[in-house]
Design a protein around this ligand. Structure first.
Ligand code: PEP
Length: 253
């Protein structure tokens, strides 16, 4: 297995004002992690990206977006923000297919794949989210659900920096998490699907766990075999909590 640098990503969702960006420096200082040990990524709302990118200069931090348009060419798409625009203001990554967009905005696997491919074309590393519903988990269909999402929403070739975030919907924003065995099993399944699709290029694709990661459960979750890091929602809004999660990763010690 090739070396995959761990990634801890914070998804601020629709939270934050410019003043809240003081958290970037606080997290970089409090976590004390060397840039070569781990990637730390902040994904604030679009209006904060340029300022976040400016403030992160000289700090071991990366800045990403939470979504991008499907198409890269400028045009009559009111309200949309393209991957080249995000890249232009300093983003290096973009989350696509978050469950709040799949469920809340009706995004399909095909749209997620097109967004991931557009992001890659613009030089952004896509973070493709997948994850089953509670019904699918309870009925034993979680594996099938995630397999279908991966088949439909991954780019046809593995772009540089491609990351998959396994985020069971029933764990996002709920304070619930799967058992460590369930996380390990799903990560093994995702890794097998990546290898089948991308061959040896799959070795550089990171697979993150996301869903109610917090300072209390981070050490256990981040030590699970096959977990290359975490996508963190609520706990990334608190600098001390986010720094504690980063510091809980085995690579930080
Ligand atoms: C998320 O928004 O991707 C997420 C995992 O949220 P939370 O950590 O709050 O469950």
């Amino acid at each position: 297995m090739g070396f995959r640098k761990p990634l801890i990503a914070g998804n601020w969702k629709m939270h934050g004002r410019r003043g809240d960006l003081t958290a970037l420096k606080a997290v970089a200082e409090a976590s004390g992690v060397a840039a070569d040990a781990m990637d730390i990524l902040f994904c604030p709302p679009h209006p904060l990206i340029a300022e976040a990118a400016r403030l992160s200069q000289g700090l071991p931090l990366l800045i990403g977006a939470q979504d991008c348009a499907e198409f890269n060419d400028d045009g009559p798409y009111t309200g949309e923000v393209s991957a080249p625009m995000l890249r232009d203001v300093g983003a290096s990554h973009v989350i696509v297919g978050h469950s709040e967009r799949r469920a809340g905005r009706g995004e399909t696997n095909t749209q997620v794949r097109v967004k991931a491919e557009s992001a890659a074309l613009a030089g952004l590393a896509p973070i493709v989210c997948v994850g089953e519903t509670l019904d699918a988990r309870m009925s034993g269909a979680a594996g099938e659900w995630v397999a279908r999402q991966l088949a439909g929403s991954l780019p046809h070739v593995a772009p540089i920096g491609l990351t998959v975030a396994y985020e069971p919907i029933w764990c996002v924003g709920t304070d619930r998490t799967p058992t460590p065995r369930e996380i390990e099993a799903m990560h093994a399944q995702v890794r097998a699907a990546l290898s089948a699709r991308f061959g040896s290029a799959a070795e550089r694709v990171r697979v993150l766990y996301g869903g109610s990661v917090n300072p209390k459960n981070a050490a256990e979750i981040l030590a699970i075999e096959g977990v290359d890091g975490a996508l963190v929602g609520r706990a990334s809004l608190n600098a001390a909590d986010f720094a504690a999660i980063i510091a809980a990763h085995p690579a930080a010690r």
